[in-house]
Design a protein around this ligand. Structure first.
Ligand SMILES: CCOC(=O)Cn1cc(-c2ncnc(N)c2C#N)cn1
Length: 282
């Protein structure tokens, strides 16, 4: 991806997205997604064609479904270059809170690992005997501190969120995250998709209002599972990187750079992203 976008100043590059500032609009940012995919903490060498456009479409769709939640999409008279238009979002520049607002309806991944070590996640005690992929009695807010690029986020207790952003904002982050998760889970469930967990990011706008930022409820920020597979005992059948993860697990020892994905894996993964987006947005 060239860093050059006419009329925009390149700010920074993440794993799967780049940030630009529209010249002459200090109150706006441009988020440009790319087709790269990361797995096992590595950005893989082969992009997944169409991925960025699909996930941008999905985020926009979720913002529309969550109409009662202020979000950072900007309605401004700024021309987004055609070359990136389908995978870019012009957004209001916010004062971001340094908290990954993770909500879990199921216990898996790093949350399950923490649970096995401590019997809790982010300081929240959980019932004994939970297995990987179990549904939790109710969704839980398990915040993490936003790690530097490339490092793992560190789960933190709610009290630390209070120390970071103040009690009022901490409570608003928790209540808003849980409310959005409940709404999104119900929407996904009606389409045969389990929303196992997700991560939201919020910022404050110039008036001090809490605004939903970043991407939302995409396979990059969330785990989406096939509900029918889960019901038949096949847990954690993902809609996105499962194909990539399974192929890498069978063809790579995890040392050094990951091998190039074969064409068939790239194509099946692209198809799977499209399948999820079309299933959810139908
Ligand atoms: C390299 C890519 O990094 C990111 O996209 C993460 N990020 C988002 C912001 C942000 N900053 C102010 N206002 C916003 N609306 C946002 C958003 N979204 C900063 N980094």
């Amino acid at each position: 991806m060239s860093d050059e976008l006419p009329g925009f100043t390149f700010l920074t590059a993440g794993k799967v997205r780049d940030l630009y500032a529209p010249e002459g609009h200090d109150d706006l940012l441009l988020l440009v997604a790319n087709d790269r995919v990361s797995a096992f903490d590595q950005v893989l060498s082969r992009p997944i064609p169409g991925r960025a456009a699909l996930l941008t479409r999905l985020t926009r769709w979720w913002f529309a479904q969550l109409a009662d939640v202020p979000n950072h999409l900007a309605d401004a008279d700024v021309a987004v270059p055609e070359a990136v238009a389908d995978r870019a979002m012009l957004v209001r520049r916010l004062r971001m809170h340094p908290v990954e607002c993770v909500v879990r309806g199921y216990v898996t991944g790093s949350g399950y690992a923490e649970y096995r070590r401590t019997g809790s996640i982010s300081g929240l005690p959980l019932p004994e005997g939970l297995q990987d992929g179990d549904r939790l009695p109710e969704p839980i807010f398990t915040p993490a501190y936003k790690a530097e690029l490339g490092a793992h986020d560190e789960n933190i207790p709610f009290e630390t969120v209070v120390d970071l952003v103040g009690a009022e904002t901490a409570e608003a982050l928790r209540s808003t995250s849980l409310r959005i998760f409940a709404e999104a889970s119900a929407i996904a469930d009606a389409k045969g998709v389990i929303l196992a967990d997700t991560k939201f990011e919020f910022g404050d706008d110039a008036e001090g209002g809490l605004v939903l930022a970043d991407e939302v409820l995409t396979p990059d920020s969330s785990r989406f599972w096939d509900a029918a597979a889960y019901a038949s005992g096949r847990r954690g059948v993902g809609f996105d990187k499962q194909i990539v993860r399974d192929w890498l697990a069978a063809h790579w020892d995890g040392e050094g750079a990951a091998p190039d994905l074969p064409d068939e894996v790239v194509q099946r993964t692209a198809d799977r992203y499209r399948e999820l987006v079309e299933l959810l947005t139908a």
